[in-house]
Design a protein around this ligand. Structure first.
Ligand SMILES: [Zn+2]
Length: 92
């Protein structure tokens, strides 16, 4: 027999773009914007441009991510409709 206890936990519910202010919630009908949100969090190390041990956070909607960083990202798309996977270049 396994017995369970209730625990409290936090799950993301709302994401807001730090650039344009666009917000999306996890229960929005258009879950693509939720799913494609870009979030990064890290702690700056010694010599970091942000400062040693600085807590760095960034949340961007997919549109702002593409606007700011799209020309730098490397994107690979695969056509999986057939038997073979074919790499397709992403047009920027
Ligand atoms: Zn945005």
């Amino acid at each position: 027999m396994i017995e369970y206890k209730e625990i409290r936990s936090k799950v993301p519910f709302k994401k807001t773009c730090d650039k344009c202010g666009f917000s999306v919630t996890s229960d929005d009908e258009n879950f693509v914007d939720w799913q494609e949100f870009f979030s990064i969090r890290f702690t700056g190390g010694y010599g970091s441009v942000f400062g040693d041990m600085a807590e760095v956070e960034l949340d961007l909607c997919q549109h702002c991510f593409n606007e700011l960083l799209g020309k730098f990202v490397k994107v690979k798309q695969f056509d999986i409709s057939g038997c073979e996977e074919t790499q397709v270049e992403f047009e920027k």
